[in-house]
Design a protein around this ligand. Sequence first.
Ligand code: SF4
Ligand code: SF4
Length: 377
Amino acid sequence: MNLKPFLSFSERSIADLDAWQDQGGKIAGVYCIYAPNELIRAAGIVPVSLCGKKQAPIKDAEKELPASFCPLVKSSYGYAVTDTCPFFQFSDILIAETTCDGKKKMYELMGKLKPLHLMHLPHTQEPEAVLEYWLRALHRLEDFLFQCSGIKVSDQALHDQIVQQNEIRKALWDISVLAADRQSPLTASDMLAIQESKSFCVNPAGYLEQLITLKRELEEFLRQPGLAAPGGIRILLTGCPVGKGSDKVIQIAQELGARIVSMENCTGLKGMTLAVDETIDPYEAIARRYLKIPCSCMTPNPLRPESIREMADLFQADAVLDLTWTGCHTYNAESFTLQQFVEDQLELPFLHIETDYSESDQGQLKTRIEALVELSG
Ligand code: SF4
Ligand code: SF4
């Protein structure tokens, strides 16, 4: 099984982005899975994720943002304000959404650095109440994209992007399910790299081929007789986004012999089963699909426990680990209700961890995750 193309995907995409820009191609920096990939690509623009996952730029962000903001916001802004992220440098435009308060206030500052379009996201998922409003937000984004690329989105181009992005989501989902097989050799760190790759893809057709090849190789591997099945409790990880650099909780769990078999967060599988309907008006289909994303910025957010129920069942989880970045009030607030749901309805052990990007609480985290492993074993 060749994981090499995925292990340093973002680093290698730099050359592709460079070539794309040299040919006159445009690049949009995005910070959230509410950014509608299909529409951005149909306007001839490549979206790349700019979410900060490292501690280093945080001190620079804190010169302008409150230290109490979550590390993801501070890291993202730190990279932007110091101009030290190659993906930020590549970005011709930024696409933002009104999700949490930290991001909204960060975007007000970021708009001074690059042309930024703010999508006004409704905070209820009731389509009857907000569909028209959200559709208008999509059309306003389309105007902004046109000003950047000069490419008018056609229904056909949008439909083609919808089909392709559905195929990519499906392939990533299938790989994630195979990777969670008891005999799979893939670790959570491998899956983090594979799932993260979707945010740095310049050529979606080539990327889809790579995913399909990996899926086929994994299926072939798992068909071999007599494979060992490494033990360890199976953990479903939920909560705030995690990436390479902000993965200390995953590393600690792995060192303790646990397997994170499913990551129900935005860097992982959140929304991965939500396909865009290919049979109805493409704008309405996109609007409906993105409204269903179970983010804690929505109130209420009933689809998150349902998504966790389905994943805990499918991935045969022995426990749920809820990770909140310090300063993320919405995920923090949901943890209480989620714990009740997981313990009472799913009858699984639950651990809530609140931490940041620093290394200072490694010992304490180890003790708490060790207790979860023992309780679930
Ligand atoms: S957690 Fe919510 S705000 Fe953050 S990336 Fe996901 S959808 Fe966007
Ligand atoms: S982790 Fe929470 S506070 Fe931080 S950007 Fe995401 S939703 Fe906002």
